[in-house]
Write a protein that binds this ligand. Sequence first.
Ligand SMILES: Cc1ncc(COP(=O)(O)O)c(C=O)c1O
Ligand SMILES: N[C@@H](CCCC[NH3+])C(=O)O
Length: 484
Amino acid sequence: MTRAHPAGPRHSDVLPAHEAAGPVPVGSTELDALPAAVWPRHAARHDDGVVRLAGIDVRELAERHGTPLFVVDEADFRSRCRDHAEAFGDPALVHYASKAFLCTEVARWVADEGLGLDVCSEGELATAVRAGFPGGRIAMHGNNKSVAELSAALDAGVGKIVVDSFAEIARLDDLARRRDVTADVMVRVTVGVEAHTHEFIATAHEDQKFGFSLAGGDAAEAVRRVLKSRGLRLVGLHSHIGSQIFDSGGFELAARRVVGLLAEVRAEHGDLAETASGLIDLGGGMGIAYTAADQPRSASWLAGELHAIVRRECERAGIPVPRIAVEPGRAIAGPGTVTLYTVGTIKDVELGGGARRRYVSVDGGMSDNIRTALYDAAYDCRLVSRSAEGSPGATDPGGDRPTLCRVVGKHCESGDVVVRDCWLPADLAPGDLLAVGATGAYCYAMASAYNKVPRPAVVAVRDGVDRTMLRRETLDDLARLEVL
Ligand SMILES: Cc1ncc(COP(=O)(O)O)c(C=O)c1O
Ligand SMILES: N[C@@H](CCCC[NH3+])C(=O)O
């Protein structure tokens, strides 16, 4: 086991919550700021103090669609697709990891931008198919793909299936031969890298469920079995080390080890130029800024690093340089979306020793954002329906200070926290709109209807126009599975 950069950079997902809130803002300008790395590329606070998203007043959005509301900046999403495509030199080598957020419309955007799509269930695949996503540009993942899922993938003409277990290799070979087709597969390799991220979202250390161990020899054996199977064709090797990663150390180590396996495969099986030597997929995991404390790297920087390391390792091993594919999810979907909430109640709680905490309850919570409860994630939260200017203490350093708040949801759970600590104006009041930034990845995708709270709507905004992509769940929707 190798730990990549054990003392790596600190970022908001690992900061103690009070530190994640940042220093006390000195005035309304700081309270009103929308840190550029965190907020959508087309978010701006206008002179009237109200935030516009792609030119649309957040109060209008709340009025038309209700809150909580996910607002997706379409041009932001698309521009991040392009950033990655340019960085990696070919849009088809960038597979958007649809688990971050997927609906039919988003699948169309990804198709439009020429990217590939990574799916990991029959449901994600069905959404892609419904969108008319070209099957050949889809890759299918999963550590326990069922016969039904593998069959659906073959029927959809999925371009690549990333095999993850010996049972799956046999299962897929059988299904492909029955259909008289050859399935293109990649072997998912567990490279033994402990990525510097939350333990729940690290995926390349040995002790976990994904992939074939490199160190234990299973990866080499998986390659042997694929090469022996008449229904399968090996098109590359795959590694994914985890998610929300800021430094390149883990990716570098993974790349080095995958290239090492590639060299072994060539030594054992000869020149597979048309097949395994052609492609390595280094997965997703690129970190984004959730608060101003986070400093994510650009796609072009990461692409430069990965290309350099793969080239160097291939030269050292004396093998041809493969193409490099990646699967960013969060880095494409995350920063362009915000969640709008309406403040419902405000409560000050004595903590002892004179300390107090202000609980600000909003109309959503852990059902639309489980990441805070699950990973202790930090978020940037702002008052967006008006400026903090005029709020007591916001402009007068001698007056009441901006208040350190905990933004909580409406669920029957004390861990129902949306933003553990953030500074908000002292005069925040019921009816004010708050927005939480960078909620495009793994928020709606992991939403639930806990406490029978309906899931929010998701709207796309672009050039002053808003469009509902997913309508708000209704009480009737919640009852639709009941068999009476
Ligand atoms: C195999 C695979 N690829 C890509 C991703 C996308 O990760 P991220 O959204 O962090 O880029 C994941 C999720 O961690 C994954 O499991
Ligand atoms: N759901 C996680 C990431 C796991 C990604 C899937 N392998 C998150 O919110 O950060």
